[in-house]
Design a protein around this ligand. Structure first.
Ligand code: ZN
Length: 508
């Protein structure tokens, strides 16, 4: 199974065997009673020993591989770990108009079948047989033929297709991000954590009114600024449902370093600054006016010609006045009839940051390396993950700086070791996330196998209401799922695996 933009895939089990995972999966659907977790993180954050009720048996349902469908299986398993997403799908299904043309649309059918699969993937107290997602694949292939094809499938493309299908359902009305106020502290839209299981909400009508906002939708702010004059063009905002992050060409890195690379201040060498162009035009006009005035002195005996020169001077003075007005007020104002001079070659900076953090932050770790030969290969860098991710350093934090050489945002807290206090601060800023699922990729770029790590939390906790101590104390249980097989692993296994491709973080 290939990564984005790559070529045909091979059957997965060969690679799985070569990755040495068969021994783990030989355990099949065993449920372990050993509490899992990152022991060092637990000590650092004062985590309590999980009580016996957290050690109950949990079984996860696998999904059969129907021929290169591991990309679908791993994505569905990851999505099923997100309580905010389950609520959203419930809301979408409840909003489908019944007994009308809309109820039979491709997207409505996809939503209904997706809800069915998510219900089946909820953690169970008993061993359960794997499910065949054939019907869902058939519906998805009506939206994109590639889903059912033998090659070029990619987990990120599938995620984007599902996200857009749900947004396209008739009568699903999403709250406008601009209406909400993307820079405000929006605690009301906060989602729950990663639920375990238990029965999912049956009251879809209620869900429709409370969770209709796509939990993946966030907003980013992009600013381009001229280093020469400091002018900042209007800050552009755009929505996203996942962020595609480049991975540096190193052996080991972290998700924070990838986010830092995404939000770094880039230098552009081919920028044409509007303000610098106006300044250059003003300088040209002043020279032209000066030249015309000096020429006027020799036209005392040629009144008609002198009048034409005076008219030219008046026209240039009028242009000069409009340009000076634009500089003083708004350089972007329409300047019809004035030919702007080319500004001197300049350097600008561009920076993109997260302006409104989504309820579920989906990070795509782009592992494609484009070779000079035209081919593509996989970046094998190991990317360390954090159980809790504080995105404060990558957000605008509500204060926007227009200085070209400075970050868009105001002062950000230092990164580094997390303590309960710094995590609580990040949570107050809506910037604290908990890792809930990972789609990872084994093998080469143009072949290989997708699997998922999926978190199962405590049934009796609601992170959206829990205090920070309770959130930190909650036991994490993690499962690695490869198609039809699931095996429990430790949190340390997940955080240290390094081969993540799609990361799913739910806001606390
Ligand atoms: Zn400039």
């Amino acid at each position: 199974m290939s990564l984005a933009g790559s070529f045909g895939g091979q059957r997965s089990l060969v690679l799985l065997a070569s990755a040495g995972l068969v021994s783990l999966f030989a355990l099949g659907l065993l449920a372990f009673s050993t509490p899992s977790g990152d022991a060092s993180a637990g000590r650092r954050l004062g985590r309590h020993k999980p009580s016996k009720r957290h050690r109950r048996k949990v079984y996860l349902r696998g999904l059969y591989n129907l021929g290169n469908t591991c990309f679908l299986n791993s994505t569905l398993q990851s999505l099923s770990a997100l309580s905010a997403f389950s609520g959203y799908v419930d809301g979408c299904v409840a909003a489908i108009p019944q007994n009308s043309a809309g109820s039979g649309s491709v997207d409505a059918v996809i939503a209904t079948q997706l809800k069915h699969v998510l219900d089946l993937l909820a953690p169970q107290p008993h061993r359960v047989p794997a499910h065949s997602p054939r019907t869902l694949i058939s519906s998805l292939s009506r939206r994109g033929q590639w889903v059912a094809s033998r090659g070029e499938q990619d987990a990120q493309e599938l995620f984007q297709m599902l996200s857009s299908a749900l947004r396209a359902i008739p009568r699903v009305e999403e709250a406008s991000l601009f209406d909400i106020g993307f820079l405000s502290s929006d605690r009301s839209a906060k989602g729950g954590g990663c639920s375990t299981g238990g029965p999912r909400a049956k009251s879809t009508a209620a869900a429709a009114t409370t969770t209709i906002e796509n939990p993946f939708l966030g907003m980013a702010a992009s600013r381009t600024a001229c280093v020469r004059c400091g002018y900042t063009a209007a800050i552009r905002h755009f929505t996203f449902d996942n962020l595609s992050l480049s991975i540096p060409r190193v052996r080991n890195t972290s998700v924070e370093e990838c986010l830092a690379l995404y939000t770094v201040i880039d230098q552009l060498d081919d920028f044409k600054c509007r303000r610098c162009a106006i300044v250059a035009t003003l300088e040209r006009l002043k020279l032209e006016i000066e030249g015309a005035r000096s020429g006027l002195a020799g036209l005392a005996d040629k009144p008609r010609k002198a009048r034409r020169v005076e008219e030219t001077i008046d026209r240039l003075l009028e242009q000069q006045r409009r340009l000076e007005d634009a500089l003083a007020t708004d350089p972007e104002v329409e300047l019809a009839g004035i030919q702007l001079s080319a500004p001197p070659a300049g350097v600008s900076t561009r920076q993109t940051m997260i302006a409104r953090p989504p309820r579920v932050l989906v990070l795509h770790l782009s592992r494609s390396i484009f070779l000079p030969t035209g081919g593509t290969t996989k970046n094998p860098a190991r990317v360390r993950l954090q159980r809790f991710l504080d995105i404060s350093p990558f957000t605008t934090t509500g204060h926007i700086s227009i200085a070209a050489s400075r970050p868009i945002s105001g002062p950000v807290p230092p990164t580094g070791e997390h303590s309960a206090a710094t995590l609580a601060d990040a949570r107050r800023r809506n910037c604290l996330y908990r890792l809930c699922a990972v789609v990872f990729h084994l093998g080469a770029h143009d072949s290989g196998h997708y699997c998922a790590y999926r978190r199962v939390g405590s049934a009796d906790s609601d992170p959206s209401r829990a205090d920070m101590d309770s959130v930190l104390a909650e036991a994490d249980r993690w499962f690695m799922i490869s198609d039809a097989k699931a095996v429990e692993v430790s949190l340390a296994d997940v955080l240290g695996a390094g081969n993540g491709y799609l990361l799913f973080y739910e806001r606390l």
